[in-house]
Each structure stands twice: as C-alpha cells, then as structure tokens.
Write a protein that binds this ligand. Structure first.
Ligand code: NDP
Length: 320
C-alpha cells in the first residue's frame, strides 16, 4: 500500500499498540527520529495532512508554519495549550484531545500529592531508610481530614477531585471564571479571597495565556504559612519563582507539584524541602489510563480519515 496518507508524529507518546493501529491506515513519520528536523520539515511538511502529538509538545508555531496542508491534529492529552486551536478552527483544521478518560487518574494524583505532602510521606520514608527510626520517632504531621479545601478549576477533573474529597469530609469551595449554578460547592469570584479562606488549594486549570501566573504572590500569601498548594494543572499557572521564595520564607507552608514552568527542569531550591513533594508530570501516567488516552487519540485519527468526523474535538473546533 504505497499510497497510504501521511501521518506526522511529534513527541514520543506513540505506544507500540498505537503505532500498529495507525500503521494499518497511515504511513507514519516520526519527527523526532529525523537527524535534521528542520530540513525534514522543509522538504516534507507540506505532505502531512494529519498529525499526532501530545500535550507537552503540541504543534508549536515553528513546526506549524511548515504544515500548510494539515487538516487534522490529534493531541494525546486533554491539555492543548501548545496548539493554537483558535487559529486552527479559523483555518478549518480539526483539533482533537483526550478529555474524560483521564479524570479519575489525575484526581487520584492530586490526592496522592496532598496526602504525601501533608503526612510527609517522602520525608518519613527517607527517615526509615536512613536508620533515623532506630534513634527516635518521626515528627508529627497534620491530618487531611475535615479541611477547608479550594479548587482552582472545577472542570471535568476538578469535579472528579471534589467527589473524591468527600471521603475526607472536606469543606469544598472553588474559583472559576464562570460560576457553576448547579454546583453544591461554594463559589468565590476572587481567587485571593478563596486562598485566604482555605487550607489547601488544588490547581487544575488549563495552561495558556489566560491562566499564566494566576497563582501569584498575593494568592500564595493569602494561602499562608499553614497553607498547602497542590498543582496538577500546568506549571505556568503558578509563578514558580515566587512560590520558591514563599516556601523559603515560610510565607507558604507546603507544596505538592506534578507540573513545572520549564519541564523537565525543576528549581533545585525545592530539592531539600521536606514540605514539598515533587512528581515528574505523571498525573495521568498509569498503564490503564494511558491506554485509554491512546485509544481515543488513535480513534480520532482513524475516524477522521474514514468519515471526516471525530469523537472528541477541542471546544474551539466543535462548531466547525
Ligand atoms: P476542563 O476544561 O474541563 O476544566 C477547566 C476548568 O478550569 C474549568 O472549570 C474552567 O472554568 C477553569 N478555568 C479555565 N480558565 C480559567 C481561568 N483563567 N481562571 C479560572 N478558572 C479557569 O479541563 P479538565 O478538567 O479536563 O483539565 C484541566 C487541565 O488539567 C488540562 O487543561 C491540563 O492542563 C491539566 N491536566 C494535567 C495533567 C497532568 O498530568 N498533571 C493531566 C491532565 C490534565 P471557567 O472556564 O469557568 O473559568
């Protein structure tokens, strides 16, 4: 089958089962396997009607400009802040992502980070391994029960997180741009006011210009020396330099972080802090959830190729 349509794969998200399913329909070209990506794009970019990418790489402008005939971009991930979806929609390019199938996993990761941070799981694990327990007891920690909890971003994942927080008898409030009239949780039009009134702030918004440094110094100071910040949304939503200073000064109590401003770089100042738990952007990274995401990303491409329709378009492309 010499004339299968071309599929450009950006990033390293394509698993072997994804590749096998896609190879039946497409001729696959992996950008990151090319010795000179720029030269390859210049020579071949115009022949790529379909793209598979992930939430980290997206299709950045320097690549997009080499794809004048792209018709379909499938993003393996729900966050697509590195794809200019509004521009794609205006140009008739379909963009899909993988919502819902990862809600439970990311909510679990948020809870994992909160429990680990509050109960000093990593510190106490080190304490046992280093023989500290033979010399005395570990310091006490704070309970996660009966806490005032704020959720910044009560979307698909935030709602799932809120449901799971009921187990801990959490008193839940939230901030979004639009109040959710049907929500049982307390709405705060101001993020600073929310941060002032809660003990734990979970951040689970998309990235991009509208959320950049939403969690700034004022928000962190409002959360305060006993407060805990958990970020499983996107790194740039939190002003990382200000967060490091706030943790160093004790103006912010604790942090549990899955995402960072310049991944995979993490500020080294955080490495020695017992009050901080660090994860390498693994919010959805279980075998089961990544399979579900892969199936959806692949099926969007296959369905678009066969019928011109998709399963899960990004909101910007839902009308087009
Ligand atoms: P949704 O679109 O369902 O929810 C996003 C929520 O954020 C909505 O409640 C929205 O409300 C709110 N929001 C958006 N912009 C703002 C803003 N400027 N100020 C305040 N609130 C805002 O998305 P999901 O729940 O499916 O996913 C959320 C994000 O989680 C993803 O975009 C991704 O970045 C991140 N994520 C991280 C993962 C990880 O591995 N750590 C894995 C999966 C997702 P409103 O529009 O009313 O403001």
């Amino acid at each position: 089958m010499a004339d299968k349509p071309n599929l450009l794969v950006i990033g390293g998200a394509m698993s072997a089962p994804m590749r096998d399913a896609l190879a039946e329909v497409f001729t696959i070209h992996k950008l990151f396997d090319q010795d000179d990506q720029q030269a390859w794009l210049t020579a071949n970019g115009a022949d790529m009607p379909s793209v598979l990418t992930d939430g980290h790489w997206g299709v950045r402008p320097e690549i997009m400009k080499h794809l004048p005939n792209v018709k379909m971009i499938s993003c393996y991930g729900v966050g697509y802040d590195n794809i200019d979806a509004a521009d794609c929609a205006a140009r008739g390019i379909m963009v899909t992502h993988t919502p819902n199938v990862l809600n439970a996993e990311v909510a679990n990761t948020a809870l994992l980070l909160w429990l680990a941070t509050s109960r000093r799981l990593v510190r106490d694990d080190r304490f046992v391994r280093s023989g500290g327990w033979l010399k005395g007891s570990a310091p006490l920690t704070h309970s996660v029960d009966d806490r005032k909890v704020g959720i910044l971003g009560l979307g698909r994942i935030g709602e799932e997180l809120a449901r799971r927080l009921a187990v801990f008898n959490a008193d839940i409030s939230y901030h979004t741009r639009n109040k959710k009239p049907e929500s049982p949780y307390r709405y705060y039009p101001s993020l600073v006011d929310l941060a002032r009134d809660v003990e734990v702030l979970f951040c689970i918004t998309p990235g991009g210009a509208t959320t950049h440094h939403l969690v700034n110094r004022e928000v962190m100071d409002a959360l305060g020396p006993d407060g805990t910040l958990i970020n499983v949304g996107r790194g740039p939503v939190v002003d990382e330099a200000e967060m490091v200073k706030a943790l160093q000064d004790g103006r912010l109590g604790n942090a549990g972080l899955d995402v960072f401003e310049e991944e995979p770089k993490v500020p080294e100042a955080l490495f020695d802090m017992d009050q901080v738990t660090l994860l390498p952007h693994v919010g959805s990274a279980t075998i089961e959830t990544r399979k579900a995401m892969g199936d959806l990303a692949v099926n969007n491409l296959l369905q678009f190729q066969r019928e011109g329709t998709v399963i899960s378009p990004v909101p910007e492309c839902q009308e087009s």
